[in-house]
Design a protein around this ligand. Sequence first.
Ligand code: UD1
Length: 334
Amino acid sequence: MNILVTGGTGYIGSHVVVELIKRGHTVDILDNLFNSKVEVLDKIEKIVGTKPRFHKADLLDYDKTLEVLQSSKFDAVIHLAGMKAVSESVEKPLEYYENNIYGTINLLKAMNETGTIRLVFSSSATVYGDKGVDSAHLMETMTTGVGITNPYGWTKAMIEQIIKDVSAANPNMEATILRYFNPVGADQSGLIGEDPNGIPNNLMPIVMKVYQGKLEKLIIYGDDYATRDGSCERDFIHVTDLAKGHLAALEHSKPGVSIYNLGSGKATSVFEIVNAFERLSGRPLPKEVGARRPGDLPVLCADPALALTELGWKTELTSEDAIRDTLRYLNNLE
Ligand code: UD1
């Protein structure tokens, strides 16, 4: 297939591109390089032997977006471009709504205009909001929206709705919404990984910066939750498994809107991640336990059964594999 990946130079996008090319697909990338570097293209070439065609473009620019969609006959679009920092979205809600929502609308319009019917959208488990005790086994059939605590999360929930409405108006459309749990890790080559601009918000990028000495210490946000060890538990998923989920989604694409959780179904605590990182890297991380972070839920974990039954997809790698690959990536950077 000929596939356009928006956000294809980003953390998840670059891993998706690698897996697509490995499977024999032809890939074009559309990215504005807002939170990624063009050098990623050379790294992708090193891993798979082919450099994807790159379009530096912003989805907010409709004419340019249409031009990219018209540059080739695309069989599918994988849409990952978007802003994703939760706390930043609270400070700059309009930027988040404008970029994520308007960008997606432009993309959908350009897809309509060019007759491109297949879409895979990168959504998030955040759309489930607060499901109380059910947060430990989130299912696709559960309601979304209620209890979302930040504009970033709302953009994902709203885009899901937009895709459903657009698909209802165009019965030919084949849309797959993938709800990611907590992506971590790096490609096994150690050549690509997560390299966020500025100060990261998420656990693994912060652990990475502390390991590199770029951040003084890790604050563990709370050890008094009603969980196995008092810290929060999350469903960490290796980014390569996540990327393969996109391939499975493409291969099983069908008319209408299909929604799948991409998670392992196994909850791992913050302490377990930190302990494994220290053990596998061979050195302790400067750290302390701090207050709970507002908005954090004790446990968030997927019920990944639907993706297995309908897509034949499940995670194959563990959070320890992810840490090993992250360390390989970090040691390559040094
Ligand atoms: C967050 C977002 C989610 C988004 C995801 C990926 C919320 C409520 N959820 O998920 O919408 O899709 O990021 O971008 O904001 N932790 C620490 N110390 C740190 C950082 C994190 O202890 O310095 C803990 C957190 O308290 C949490 C866990 O690590 O329990 C994972 O945090 P994080 O990586 O930010 O992901 P989520 O909060 O699960």
